[in-house]
Structure formats: C-alpha cells, structure tokens
Design a protein around this ligand. Structure first.
Ligand code: NAD
Length: 424
C-alpha cells in the first residue's frame, strides 16, 4: 500500500484501508499511470465541523461531523449523510471514494462525496435531531450546493433529514433550492421511486446475476442482513418477484423461517414498529447465523465489514449481493472467490439509489417531474446495462466482478481526468 501525500497510511481496520486496497488491485490490472493513481487515491477536500446543539434539558452538547469530496472530474459530487456513533473520517473517506466509482459504474455525471455525524440518533428527541441536522447543514453549507455537492440519505437519515437540510440551505439563500439534496419527500420536490430505488436496484442486480446460472427469482431462497431502507425494500421486491425470503435481520437480531417468512406479516409489523425487535413470525437467530444460513442469495444491506475472514468461511449462499457499502473485506473476498461465490459488488449492486437521486436532481433543476413508471424503467435500463458492462469487463481482464467494476469505474474517471488535464 502506498502512503498518502502526508506520509501516513489509514489504519488497517478502517474502511478507507479496504477502499484503498481494492483501488490498488484495480489500478494494477489497468496498469494505471502512478501519477494518476496517486491523484485518485486521495480525497479532493475534507471538512471537519465541531458544532453545538442545545438539548431538550437546555444543556449544550458538542457534536463532530464531516463532509468529504473525493473527486469532481466527472461532475458535482454526490453522496449520503450518515448518523452513527462509529462514523469517523476514514469511514467517510472510503464511502466518498466508493461514491466516485459507483457514479462512474452507472455512468452518471457525478463525482463522489460522503458526510456523517458521530451520533446515535436513537438517543435524541425529534427536536434535538432537527436542531442537530440544521446546524450540521449550516456548517457544511460552504461546500454543498446544487452545482457542487448534493447530499442524500444514508444510514439513520431519511427523507425528513433531507427536508430539514433543504430548508436550512434555502433559508440561507432566501429562496427554495430543492436540488441541493436528493431523497427528499415527494411533496417538496422528491422523486417518485427514490425511496425504493436502492433496494430496487439490488433486486435488478440479483435478477441479472441469477441469469448467469440460468435461475430466476422465483426459484431461489434469500437472506437479507439489515432491514432498513435498502434491505427491507430489496426483500419486499424480491419476494414480490417470487423469491423465498428465509432470513432477515436488523440491529435487534435475526429472524428466520426455512419455509419462507410471511413478508406481508413483516411489512405489517414494520409499519407499527421502528425495528424487527419483538417480531414473532420467525425463529430468532444470531447475526452470525444469518450470514451463514442455508440460502441461495445473501444480501448484506447493513454496514461495512460484515463478511470477514471469520464469517466468510461459513457463508452457504452461492450469490452475494452487496446492498451495503463495503460489507466484504479483501480477505473475505478471496475466501468467497475460492468457494466459487458470485459477488455483485457494492458499487454496482447498490447504485440504484444514486441513479434515481440523479433523476431527482435533474427533475429539481428543471422543475419538471417524471412518472414513477418512467423512473423505474430508466433505472432498470441503467442497472442492467451497468451489470452487463461489469460482466464484459470481468471477461476482458479475466478478473473477479469486484475488480471488474472497479476497473470500469476507475478507467472512466481516469479518462475524464486526462481529457480535462491537471490544472493549471
Ligand atoms: P438504514 O439506516 O435505513 O438501515 C440500516 C439497517 O441496518 C437497519 O435495519 C439497522 O437496524 C441494521 N443494522 C445496523 N447494524 C446492524 C448489524 N450489525 N447487523 C444487522 N443489521 C444491522 O440504512 P440504509 O439506508 O438502508 O443503508 C444500509 C446500507 O446501504 C449502508 O451501507 C448504506 O451506506 C448503503 N446504501 C444506502 C443507500 C440508500 O439509498 N439509503 C444507497 C446506497 C447504499
């Protein structure tokens, strides 16, 4: 691993280390010029903000947040905002870098960014969360905007969070700027289909990957780790297409039924509760049991570092669809590859969200809105084309699908950088 410009290396336990290791492997396959590789290894700019929030009991509490822009050669930066106690700068750097590659894989005109605040939002009241969001949005206003950097939801943030950020930015400008964020509620300029887009993209990718083995969704069993926006939507949509969902999990634990969970009952439960905690429609299993359960398709849709040297040997699925960003470590990649597991890598598998975010941004800039059917069919076309392009790349370079997706993305970004030239 090459040290960064400041002479340091990220800790081996960090997501940025994983992102850089993946990058080095792809850069070597591409025989990328070392100057270009060094340019692409580094985030372009990083903002750290420490800011106060007045809590409900009138005490003042300090919070730390980040916004990182990885690369802008293909367009303005795009990327989610995460609220989680484990957020740190190296995680945000990794997620920003993956966003650059993701936008390039689906060939949309964006670079990558990411943001995050170190906070457990479950410990905050709604009013505290609103104040935290508005203050964080104000602090990062200097580097976000509809032409420069457009945030979206990620773990523990949602359309309401985006509405608060949009309103905060708009108050500073003196007029409404809907295109400053995506993943907003429909009523204030959000796009139809955006909420489901990432999970829908996962479903399209699983459908395409199954075709490699001559299978269809109605013939397979699926386990989904993480039952938030991405995991739950992917599970419901795959179930709608006939797949049998045999296990699901969230932070409260796993729930399984080898004959298939009743997804209508799961949906009804989730409508009345924030989490799966207390759901009695399946046998309780551990997080580890879920990753190693008997199924055809495993969709990790929670956080980074879930399939590791410890958990990957127990995976029984023959297809892994990465709804989450960075769920598989490089060691686990090798283990799964040796087992013959087909991996649909994160930068392809979960790119449906940023694709419909792009549609939302375009609609917002034009104040002209599309039908849900137009959105879903455009998403389907982009996802299936990107899937095909990654498979072709794997064939061309005789590499695994992760390296294929990374080389496709990196070569597109490098080409754009070469055409633009290094300023001045
Ligand atoms: P979310 O907050 O809606 O859901 C996260 C889910 O994961 C929750 O159900 C939570 O309980 C569960 N979870 C957390 N820790 C867990 C653990 N240790 N084991 C099992 N479950 C756990 O978040 P989301 O938006 O669905 O994002 C999930 C993943 O997908 C993240 O990696 C995110 O970066 C990625 N992603 C999200 C989008 C999007 O549009 N929201 C787009 C692309 C990628």
């Amino acid at each position: 691993m090459k040290p960064l410009a400041d002479g340091t290396l990220p800790p081996e336990s960090s997501a940025y280390w994983v992102a850089l290791q993946q990058f080095e492997e792809a850069a070597a396959v591409l025989k990328l010029d070392e100057g270009m590789a060094d340019f692409l290894r580094h985030p372009k700019r990083e903002l750290t903000v420490n800011f106060p929030v007045t809590m409900d009991n009138r005490s003042v509490k300090m919070f730390t947040g980040y916004r990182v822009h990885h690369n802008t050669v293909r367009g303005p930066t795009k990327g989610g905002i995460r609220y989680h106690p484990n957020v740190d700068l190296n995680e945000v750097r990794a997620l920003a870098m993956w966003m650059t590659w993701k936008c390039a894989v689906v060939n949309i005109p964006y670079g990558g960014a990411k943001g995050g605040v170190i906070v457990d939002p479950n410990q905050l009241s709604e009013d505290e969360l609103r104040k935290l969001t508005r203050r964080y949005a104000t602090e990062i206003t200097i580097i976000i905007g509809p032409e420069g950097d457009i945030p979206a939801p990620d773990v523990n943030t949602n359309p309401q969070t985006m509405a608060w950020i949009m309103d905060t930015f708009s108050m500073h400008k003196g007029y409404s700027v809907p295109a400053v964020v995506t993943g907003k509620p429909i009523q204030i300029g959000g796009s139809l289909g955006r909420f489901e887009a990432t999970g829908r993209g996962v479903m399209f990718c699983v459908r395409e990957a199954l075709k490699l083995k001559g299978k269809r969704l109605e013939e397979v069993t699926v386990a989904v780790q993480g039952f938030g926006n991405v995991g739950s939507t992917a599970a419901y949509l795959m179930a709608e297409q006939g797949a049998k969902i045999v296990a699901i999990s969230d932070i409260s634990g796993g729930y399984a039924n080898a004959k298939g969970l009743d997804m209508a009952a799961v949906k009804a439960w989730m409508a009345g509760h924030k989490t799966l905690e207390g759901f009695s429609g399946g046998e309780r299993i551990s997080q580890a049991d879920l990753l190693g359960c008997h199924c055809d398709v495993l969709a990790p849709c929670a956080l980074e570092n879930q399939l590791t040297a410890q958990t990957a040997p127990h995976v029984q699925a023959w297809l892994v669809a990465e709804g989450a960003n960075g769920p598989t470590t490089p060691e686990a990649d090798k283990i799964l590859e040796d087992k013959g597991v087909i991996i649909v890598p994160d930068i392809l598998c979960n790119a449906g969200g940023v694709t419909v975010s792009y549609f939302e941004w375009v609609q917002g800039l034009q104040s002209f809105f599309w039908t849900e059917q137009e959105i879903n069919s455009r998403l389907e076309r982009i996802m299936t084309e990107a899937f095909g392009a990654v498979m072709a790349q794997a064939e061309k370079y005789q590499v695994g699908r992760r390296v294929a997706a990374q080389t496709l993305a990196i070569s597109r970004v490098a080409e754009a950088a070469t055409l633009r030239g290094i300023y001045p």
